[in-house]
Design a protein around this ligand. Structure first.
Ligand code: HEC
Ligand code: HEC
Ligand code: HEC
Ligand code: HEC
Length: 181
């Protein structure tokens, strides 16, 4: 009798252990899925109309920021490169890449690529690249390490960020900065 009961117990215990292992496997799979697919794209910028990677261009290929954003040290705006500039290289480099074919379509139909802007200050704030670049402020201070990013992250500059450095560097912190908040 006693033997009989223990045997039965053993049998009913086994499937329970099975459930635990199934549970653990599902959990592990879910974690793998999260870290491989979800996590890497978290905190990254919006999907752009053409897959353009700063990591590839400015990072791996070490193309100068100024080649594509040439006005950065002489004007208010850095400038976004026109389609022609992409083709300056891509007429020859990976010219049949599906994304480059799309770039060519924009060129041929004279439609500018509708890039989504990711860096902005509030309307009433004045900002001028030239003043900062000529004082030797590096791009990364404000834009982060762009060379490591495939898709740029959106940044909304807060007053505190600007003012903090202005105070530290003894740059003007007059009305236009102090009045608005
Ligand atoms: C100074 C040259 C140069 C310019 C200008 C340039 N690229 Fe590239 N691009 C490259 C090189 C080099 C590669 C790497 C090709 C390879 O993988 O062999 C590349 C790769 C790419 C790729 C392939 C996918 C990838 O990330 O590897 C895309 C898409 C691309 N560029 C889009 C653009 C767009 C859009 C522009 C214009 C805003 C542009 N490129 C301007 C040199 C340039
Ligand atoms: C081969 C051309 C190319 C090079 C080199 C390049 N950029 Fe860009 N950059 C672009 C294009 C195209 C966009 C618009 C698409 C996007 O936001 O990814 C852009 C967008 C940006 C923006 C976002 C502007 C906005 O509000 O949308 C910043 C900031 C920027 N670049 C900084 C840099 C810095 C810093 C470097 C050097 C480390 C650099 N770029 C090198 C082509 C380039
Ligand atoms: C002191 C902070 C600061 C530094 C340094 C800085 N930027 Fe910017 N950048 C900004 C702000 C703020 C904006 C948004 C401007 C706006 O909304 O008018 C911006 C916008 C941009 C844009 C968007 C398009 C445009 O024409 O303005 C590009 C491209 C850009 N920056 C590239 C660069 C590059 C390349 C460097 C380095 C050579 C650089 N920035 C250095 C603060 C900075
Ligand atoms: C890392 C330091 C730093 C940061 C961050 C910074 N600035 Fe500046 N800014 C300076 C310095 C230094 C000057 C003085 C340049 C000069 O003397 O020509 C300056 C000058 C200016 C001027 C010109 C002032 C005048 O009276 O003509 C404006 C406007 C300005 N900054 C706006 C901004 C805004 C807006 C931000 C935030 C998006 C910002 N700055 C972030 C360092 C910084």
């Amino acid at each position: 009798m006693i033997r009989d009961i223990t045997e039965k117990r053993g049998q009913t215990d086994r499937p329970k252990k099975g459930y635990i292992w199934v549970g653990v496997s599902i959990l592990l799979l879910a974690m793998m899925f999260y870290f491989y697919y979800v996590y890497p794209s978290r905190g990254f910028g919006p999907k752009q109309p053409i897959y353009f990677s700063h990591r590839v261009h400015a990072g791996v290929k070490e193309i100068s920021c100024r080649f594509c954003h040439p006005y950065v040290d002489r004007s208010r705006n850095a400038g976004i490169p026109a389609v022609e500039k992409c083709l300056y290289c891509h007429r020859y480099i990976v010219s049949q890449h599906p994304q480059i074919l799309r770039v060519k379509w924009h060129y041929e139909t004279k439609t500018p690529i509708p890039w989504i802007r990711i860096a902005y200050v509030a309307d009433h704030v004045q900002f001028n690249h030239q003043r900062h670049i000529t004082r030797g402020v590096d791009c990364t201070v404000c834009h982060g390490n762009v060379k490591k990013m495939d898709r740029l992250m959106p940044i909304e500059f807060k007053m505190g960020f600007c003012i903090e450095c202005h105070k530290r560097e003894k740059a003007p912190v007059d009305c236009w900065l102090a009045c608005h908040n």
